[in-house]
Design a protein around this ligand. Structure first.
Ligand code: 6GU
Length: 226
């Protein structure tokens, strides 16, 4: 998979890709990430990429021309399955979206900034708009990093234990059950006996029960569809 990220702050978004699971996925060539600084596509020699909104109002709006040039250069080299715009005024990222995107070959992610981008970019070039929640971030970069992490960990071969993504919270529509490790008794705080029993049928039943209880207590909205 190849992900091209268009941003006005490449430095802000690079570091999440330099560690842990995501870094290993890149090292193993299961995914490649390419950063594009929108300023390299500025409309003048002063690096102009934004302007005041027509009709007045606060903040600056990213102009269509630099974005069009950048996307155009990428599309001239290869086909893209999706051109995604990160913005709070969009539908919210869910596991199902991450699952679907993890199957794509090439995607572009455009990070929003300032007061937004010229609406014509959204109409002409964007195929999918994603928010990561009902709160406002200063820009789309952190949201794009979240989206990429959620996608990349699902690519086959990225996680060592092939089953571990399947037991994540949300993959079965439930929150994950509690987990414990050694010691089995820590200052008299004990691990539930069933987990030490070696009876895997009982353990599975216990985990499912705990997942249900946790979901009911913390996120009852997740159970509504079931
Ligand atoms: Cl994708 N961008 C910004 N700027 N804020 C957000 C967001 C995205 N998702 C939630 N808040």
């Amino acid at each position: 998979m190849r992900i091209d990220i268009i941003t006005v702050s490449p430095e802000l978004i690079k570091s999440p890709f330099e560690h842990s699971i995501i870094k290993r996925a890149i090292d193993k060539k299961l995914v490649s990430i390419h950063f594009h600084n929108l300023r390299d596509y500025a409309v003048n020699n002063y690096g102009k990429i934004d302007d005041a909104p027509f009709g007045g109002g606060a903040g600056m709006v990213l102009m269509i021309e630099p974005i069009e040039k950048c996307i155009g250069r990428l599309k001239a080299k290869r086909g893209y399955d999706e051109v995604i715009y990160m913005t709070p005024d969009a539908t919210i990222l869910h596991q199902q979206t991450a699952n679907e995107l993890s199957l794509k070959e090439n995607i572009i992610i455009l990070c929003g900034h300032y007061k937004g981008i010229d609406q014509r970019v959204r109409e002409l070039y964007i195929t999918k708009e994603i928010s990561i929640g009902d709160y406002v971030l200063s820009g789309g970069e952190l949201a794009a990093a979240v989206l990429c992490d959620s996608i990349i960990r699902l690519i086959p071969g990225v996680l060592g234990d092939e089953t571990s993504a399947l037991t994540d919270s949300f993959q079965d529509g439930l929150l994950a059950p509690p987990v414990y490790t050694r010691p089995s008794n820590y200052h008299n705080h004990k691990v539930p006996d069933v987990l030490l029993s070696g009876n895997f049928k009982k353990i599975d039943e216990w985990r499912h029960q705990k997942a249900l209880e946790r979901t009911q207590a913390i996120r009852p909205d997740l159970l509504k569809g079931n």
